[in-house]
Design a protein around this ligand. Structure first.
Ligand code: BES
Ligand code: ZN
Length: 425
């Protein structure tokens, strides 16, 4: 195996991508992950660490990064003493400490808009799998022909349900993947979804436990009546982050209580209407997105290993900041073009929302975990990239910043409803 010295990459990202340091050079990672927390380890050294409930032990993790993206960093950075453990034509793997993940995430933060993405892995074997290109997703035939059913469900949807969920989730000090409040907030979501589904024997809610950190993911399943083996996934991350990790104020109202809230409203409407899908619907609240798409990678990887038939995946991450002229932007990279076109069709057929297209430029959210595993994933987003909520990953990401309302997120809840009816038929 060829070894390269990654002279400069991560520190470079630090300089390039840090919301807290330096001028951003052109950096672009288009797959997975996690760079933000290198910066934090420095901060952690300066500030005594808070009492941590169930921290990840300070053990090694492995990050995969695309060579294309490394190239763009072009020696401007120095990531001393780290060598790529494995390198292929397309990607490289580096070993870091789990305790560095929080700051890595911060570093690659969005402000710089050309930041890199990493996927974080718990073993070098898992990281090594990222070295081959993603398999192409199968293309289902997309049709829009359930108008009456979609309209009946849309009629039941309400802004209030969304506001309630955002209010509850953003009341936690943070939902960081290793903090007590991060653990509690995921359990709260499990209980809330369970309560919504009470009385429906075809709906179940489970905690999806992760081996390497305390926060669970949450999965609600509506079992398909005719083709239960065929699955449609609607997801968003339930964790939040801001500088300072476990002890930070990270209310994450927009990033991403708003996505979970849009999904929760769709669940509420399913139950209120008595709707039963032919295919199986799985609603997912992913843990640990903010430190390298880790929850969704565990789950999408397990689905792939089990040979699960996932027909489509939609990601809701940031839905309640109305920052651009258009209403809903389809993220064009790390997503499935055919399914994106279908989503555009749904917006036209069922709403009068203005549609835009934009790119993250890197694997910016959990859709990328599914894409990497060969599934068709899409990501409708709140604004043009770069005109999105400037307060995310800070203590100021609160519902008050959206005027205490969920008007923008409501559009995404409606899109989720149209999507699930027209895919799970
Ligand atoms: N919600 C963001 C992704 C995002 C931010 C998309 C701004 C578009 C515009 C997500 O929670 C996030 O913060 N992702 C990380 C990357 C991840 C791999 C750690 C990011 O963008 O820094
Ligand atoms: Zn985020």
């Amino acid at each position: 195996m060829k070894k390269i010295k990654l002279a400069g990459i991560l520190t470079g990202v630090l300089l390039a991508c840090g919301a807290y340091a330096g001028t951003p050079p052109e950096v672009k990672f288009d797959q997975g992950a996690d760079l933000s927390q290198f910066l934090r380890s420095a901060v952690d050294q300066a500030i005594p660490p808070p009492a941590r409930l169930a921290p990840e032990p300070d053990k090694p993790v492995w990050i995969s990064v695309f060579n294309e993206d490394i190239k763009q960093l072009d020696g401007k950075f120095s990531f001393k003493d780290r060598e790529a453990m494995i390198q292929s034509q397309s990607a490289s793997v580096f070993k870091v400490n789990a305790s560095e993940l929080g700051s890595l995430s911060e570093i690659m933060h969005r402000k710089l808009h050309k930041c890199g993405g990493f996927f974080t892995h718990s073993s070098p074997e898992s990281a090594a799998k990222d070295l081959s290109p993603a398999p192409a997703a199968a293309a289902p035939a997309y049709t829009i022909d359930r108008r009456d059913q979609v309209l009946a469900l849309l009629k039941l949807s309400e802004e209030k349900g969304i506001t309630d969920t955002i209010t509850s989730l953003s009341a936690y000090k943070n939902r960081y993947y290793t903090s007590q409040t991060g653990v509690d907030s995921a359990k709260w979501l499990q209980a809330y979804w369970s309560k919504l589904a009470a009385g429906r024997s075809d709906i179940s809610v489970e905690a999806y436990k992760h081996a390497n950190w305390a926060q669970q993911s949450v999965i609600l399943t509506v079992k398909g009546t005719a083709e239960p083996q065929n699955i449609v996934v609607l997801g968003g991350h339930l964790d939040s982050i801001s500088r300072g990790g476990d002890s930070a104020d990270a209310h994450g109202a927009d990033d991403n209580a708003s996505g979970i809230a849009a999904l929760t409203e769709a669940i509420r409407v399913i139950v209120a209407s008595g709707y039963r899908p032919s295919k199986t619907l799985k609603f997912m609240g992913y843990a640990a997105e903010e430190v390298g798409l880790r929850g969704s990678q565990d789950i999408a990887g397990a689905f792939k290993r089990d040979g699960a038939q996932v027909e489509g995946v939609i990601q809701f991450d940031m839905t309640n900041f109305n920052g651009s002229a258009e209403d809903i932007f389809l993220i064009a990279d790390n997503t499935n073009a055919a399914q994106n076109a279908f989503l555009g069709g749904l917006v036209k057929a069922y709403t009068d929302y203005r549609l835009g297209e934009t790119k993250c430029g890197y694997a910016c959210s959990d859709h990328a975990s599914w894409t990497k595993n060969g599934y068709a994933a899409s990501f409708p987003f709140e604004s043009k990239f770069g005109e999105d909520n400037p307060n995310i990953h800070t203590p100021k990401d609160t519902l008050a910043q959206s005027g205490g309302r969920s008007l923008h997120a409501f559009k995404f809840a409606k899109l989720a409803i149209a999507y699930l009816v027209e895919t799970a038929k």
